[in-house]
Each structure stands twice: as C-alpha cells, then as structure tokens.
Write a new protein. Structure first.
Ligand SMILES: Nc1ccn([C@@H]2O[C@H](COP(=O)(O)OP(=O)(O)OP(=O)(O)O)[C@@H](O)[C@H]2O)c(=O)n1
Ligand SMILES: C[C@](O)(CO)[C@H](O)COP(=O)(O)O
Length: 247
C-alpha cells in the first residue's frame, strides 16, 4: 500500500525581491491569495497528507480557513528557508522512514502529474528526488567587473524545482548537518548531496515557476489560466475512470 506523504510548505519568506506591501504568498493571484492556489494543488494530489506549514511568527495575513488539509500544523519559520524546513521536520511526529515532500509556497502552478511522478521517485530512491528541468538557454557568468562575461558550458545543467522528496530521517540528518556547518543550502537536495548522496532528478514541466519578481505574478496568472482546461480534462477523465470501475 502506498504510504501517505508528509508535506512541508515553507511559507515564511518576506518576498524582498517582489518588493510588495506584504509577503508575496498573500498577493492576489487570479482573485485569491497566491498561497491558496499552492495549497489546493497539493491537496488535490495528496488529500490525506499531513501538512506542516512554516509561517513567520509575525505573520498577520494567514487564515486557518485557507488550509484544505484535515491534518495540519503551523510551525515558526526560521531565518533562512532551510531553517524553516528544519523547524517543520522537528515538529512533525514522523517516523524516520516516512516520506516527506517539501514544496515552496511560491510555486502555485505545480501540476498533478509532476506531483505524482516526484512522489513515486521519492518512494523508489534511497537518496530522494527532486523535480528539475534541463537548462535551455546559453549560460553566461560575469567576470565580476560588471562589463564582461564568459560563456559556461550548459551540458548537464538543470534547474532545481520543488517539490523535493526524501525519507524524514535522511532529510533531518542532512539539514541538521548543513545548519551546524554554517552552509547555506538553498534547497533540500543540496544538503543531501553534501552527505555524498545523489537525489534522483525527475524531469518536470517548465511552467512550475517560482513567483519571485514582480512580473512573475502576471506570468503565474497566465499559466493557471492555460492549465485550467488541462486540469479539468484530467479530473473528468478520472471521474469517467472511477465511474467505469463502479459500473
Ligand atoms: N526564511 C524563509 C525564507 C523563505 N521561505 C520560503 O521559501 C520559499 C522559497 O523562497 P523565496 O522564493 O526566496 O521566497 P522569499 O524568501 O519570500 O523571497 P525573497 O528571497 O525575495 O525575500 C518561499 O515559499 C518562502 O516563503 C521560508 O519559509 N523561510
Ligand atoms: C528551493 C528552490 O525553489 C529550488 O529552486 C530555490 O532554491 C529557492 O531559492 P530562493 O533563493 O530561496 O528563492
């Protein structure tokens, strides 16, 4: 039987690059706070999951009514994303072998197929897994003088996305070690790599963007709108399949 995943949703960021009057997770996206879209996508894929949401202690925007999960808890965010995630891992009553998926609240466009593929890989891979996509642009590195650049080889380069999934005990060990060493890891997979392990890359759709800069909000709205038909079709197909198994 497939186990139910734990979900950690880091949502304690300030959205400095967005530069809005509130953290970006509370900005309007297609008529609702961005955070609600993300939680709904996760809930649709994993309705029975236990969700831990990391929120800043001074957060005055979050509403309990927005949480679609029956089993959920709120934990304090930390100074950095990795500290928030670690707080979540400490707070959950998980066994070492339980699967945990970590998903940025700032990625509201993640699609059901990618969530399922990532979860399957998490269960299969001893080192965990992450959604990722191959770099498609020519890569430049500035020489530090603000004027000249050189071209980097892009062979084998991937963008790391979320969710990223691991067994609870492994991720707790990896992030604890990263925190103690003072290393600033920007995703969970980096902490696992520092243990000498290689999380599996799961090739993902390109529309699972992280809303980071002001223009990203309009882009996310366009993506959600373009995805609506696809999701509707998938849901209808699921219902037809369910009806067929009942008749
Ligand atoms: N101390 C922190 C920092 C970030 N996050 C979360 O980690 C995710 C990815 O971070 P990012 O996109 O950098 O969000 P912000 O930190 O809000 O953005 P910025 O760096 O522009 O301030 C977001 O869902 C954010 O809420 C968190 O839980 N705790
Ligand atoms: C976790 C992440 O979204 C993977 O791409 C990313 O590393 C978060 O980075 P940020 O600088 O904290 O936005």
């Amino acid at each position: 039987m497939t186990p139910t995943p734990w979900l950690v949703v880091p949502a304690a960021g300030q959205g400095k690059r967005m530069g809005a009057d509130r953290p970006k997770q509370y900005l309007d996206l297609a008529g609702e706070p961005l955070l609600r879209h993300t939680l709904r996508r996760l809930h649709a894929a994993f309705p029975e999951a236990r969700c831990v949401i990391c929120l800043d202690d001074d957060d005055r925007w979050f509403r309990n009514a927005w949480m679609p999960f029956a089993h959920w808890q709120r934990v304090s965010g930390g100074a950095e994303r990795m500290d928030s995630v670690l707080n979540g891992l400490h707070a959950m009553a998980a066994d070492a072998n339980d699967p945990v998926l970590v998903h940025d609240v700032a990625r509201p466009c993640v699609m059901p197929n990618d969530l399922q593929a990532l979860y399957q890989a998490t269960l299969e891979s001893a080192s965990g897994a992450l959604l990722a996509m191959p770099v498609a642009d020519t890569m430049k590195r500035d020489n530090g003088d603000g004027a000249s650049f050189r071209t980097e080889c892009r062979d084998g380069l991937w963008h790391a996305l979320t969710p990223q999934g691991f067994r609870h005990g492994l991720l707790l060990r990896a992030l604890t070690q990263a925190q103690r060493s003072g290393a600033l890891v920007t995703d969970e997979a980096s902490a696992i790599e520092a243990l000498g392990l290689a999380p599996r890359l799961v090739s993902a759709r390109r529309d699972n963007i992280k809303v980071t800069h002001p223009g990203d909000l309009g882009l996310a709205a366009a993506i959600l709108s373009a995805q609506a038909g696809e999701i509707h079709k998938a849901e209808s197909g699921h219902e037809i399949a369910l009806a067929a198994t009942r008749s």
